[in-house]
Design a protein around this ligand. Sequence first.
Ligand SMILES: [Zn+2]
Length: 346
Amino acid sequence: MPLVPMRQILDEAAKGGYGVGAFNVNNMEQIQAIVEAADETNSPVIIQASKGALKYSKLIYLRKLMEAACEECPYIPIAMHLDHGNSVETCKLAIDLGFTSVMMDGSLSEDGKTPNTYEQNVEITRQVVALAHPLGVTVEGELGCLGGIEDGHGAGLSTEEVTEHLTDPAQAEDFVAQTGLDALAVAIGTSHGAYKSGRKDPKTGEMLPPALAMERIHQIHERMPNCHMVMHGSSSVPKELVDTINKYGGNMPDTYGIPIEQIQDGIKHGVRKVNVDTDSRLAMTGAIRKVFAENPGEFDMRKYLGPGRDAMKQVYVDRMTAFGQAGHARDYEPITLEDMKSVYGS
Ligand SMILES: [Zn+2]
């Protein structure tokens, strides 16, 4: 089966009332772990690559690995998505490579750091929609700015600044209408990376996960019940994964993730795509550290990348189950980019 347009996966998720994990990849082991997990749980899935991942994998390798995944599991709907495209050119590059979906992150300017104005965001997102839709390719846009920096991408906002850059529901409605995009990434206080800004419990002084503005998601869903929302920075950063890293010689300070329950609340209110990257990195790193610590003489890369792949697969299985996509791979007949062209054209 060829890669399917992401729009179809999101539309079907909306019908079924579930969310779909969008997992970042950089290499073969990650793609294999995701596909094995999707196969085992019978899940449609979104595989995404950032600009940094494309550079690391030297472009064509990722596409060929994705083709292998589709060939191996032809019954699983798989979309390939560009995460945080920073310009029309980057989106075009991904489309030319065969991606079935692109994100134009017009919330930031091309340097990936400086926030754009609302008008600039509308304009560039609209340009990408004009380029992508005639080819059947899905477009995700972002309104508001997320905290944190990952892959050199992010405004590096402080906790206070993140609050100022949350997505405004009224503006979201205007943004969707003006751009015609397929999926809207919302800023609700999540950050990229493992070190999400925590907050202190005023009573106990204990550190808690970041406070999320879930009401923004509820409000946007109320205004636009058919809008597919995307939650970025939605790794849960499980303590046991961080503990494994630290137990075997790592040095990661206390970190916070997004509790699964909050993601599930978002899914109840229109979130259809949930971006998870950090959790698989933690799983891979912990598994490799464990092998090295227990067998310092090990130098066969299959002996540590293999356990790394297994550990990532478990994370993907857990997320696919929690987001509700498990069991839905065979619910519908996947369509092609060609089919999608006429949907947009009509
Ligand atoms: Zn993101």
